[in-house]
Design a binder for this molecule. Sequence first.
Ligand code: GLY
Length: 387
Amino acid sequence: MDDFLPTPITTVDIPSQPQLYPIWLQAGVLSHLGACIRSVCPNSSRWLVVTDETVGSLYGATVVNNLESSGFQADLVTLPCGEASKSLASLETLWQAAQHHGLTRHDGFIALGGGVVGDVTGFAAATYQRGVGFVQVPTTLLAMVDASVGGKVAIHQNRCKNNIGAFYQPHAVVMDSDTLKSLPSRQVAAGWAEIIKTALLETTAIPNDIAQLANLMSDHSLDSTHSRLLDIIARCIAVKQAVVAADPTESTGHRMILNLGHTAAHALETVSGFGLLHGEAVALGLRVACHVGEQLGVWSPQASLQMDTWLQQAKLPCSVSEVLDKEVHFLLADVLKAMQGDKKSNSSGLRWVIPTATSGQTLGAVQIRSDVTQHQIQQALTHIGIG
Ligand code: GLY
């Protein structure tokens, strides 16, 4: 039995939650997954490992074997790859598997994969027997820097992104940076979009590293960049952790700042039928938000140029003509309509998270604006080649 318990990089403390949850981030930590889980859920005996076809074929057996050698019973459930798996049908598959394998309230689900697997597995964990154990094991850069921390879990409904879901904090997050070595370059780039978003929120430490690292990473030089990448992932987690701890359920509005770039991004993802990766949509959405910021006079063209350079260095699209999936077409009317269904709307209309380049070097240098006009939105969409 593996008894070695690595040291977490941090512990997330959500004031309204009974438990703190540790985050482990290091190369090779997956080989100590059982010990990590035993330290947070000592009374558990059975875990359902949920993954997708790609990640399952790479790491599924290793994870199940590790859990079994740590004395747990473990079973693997494999979902199809892609956003279509964030569905009621997947939830039913997971609930039934949990029942079939006799999961009790002391046991739980492990999400082994990217944001899709994490979101649907977390919602299954939140709802099965009114809430069971949940451990996030993110294997994509995007899930490590954003999706696996903070407890947002959801499925899509009628082409409406993340419309059915919950806030359900994990019991632990275990990130093995070695899994990034098998990540396709398009997925690596997608992860950089959330890093660049976080850099705009943080404005201090991360930006210095983006230019060099994004170039290196998208050329698959993970070995040479490993320690610096771990550092950047840890800093993104620190930013997210601070925001989530202050507003875990987005009730005060503060957590909305994490949705910088996401108003347009979610609409673009929906219109693309999820042919666009979330990170690619965020890259385009950041450009839209920045252009709106320029029109409102709170963001400078120079700052936009800086961000565009980062997006290019990370090999992210700056306009819809650069989107890799050529089957995807973006009609202005469709994008505007998709925006109306955005969860960030309130009774006074769409709320935009707008970056500010003038408000000092503080965390969350953004404004939440409800006064963005239709004309300004259309101008910003033209800027990414729509309309
Ligand atoms: N990804 C945005 C959030 O977790 O609030």
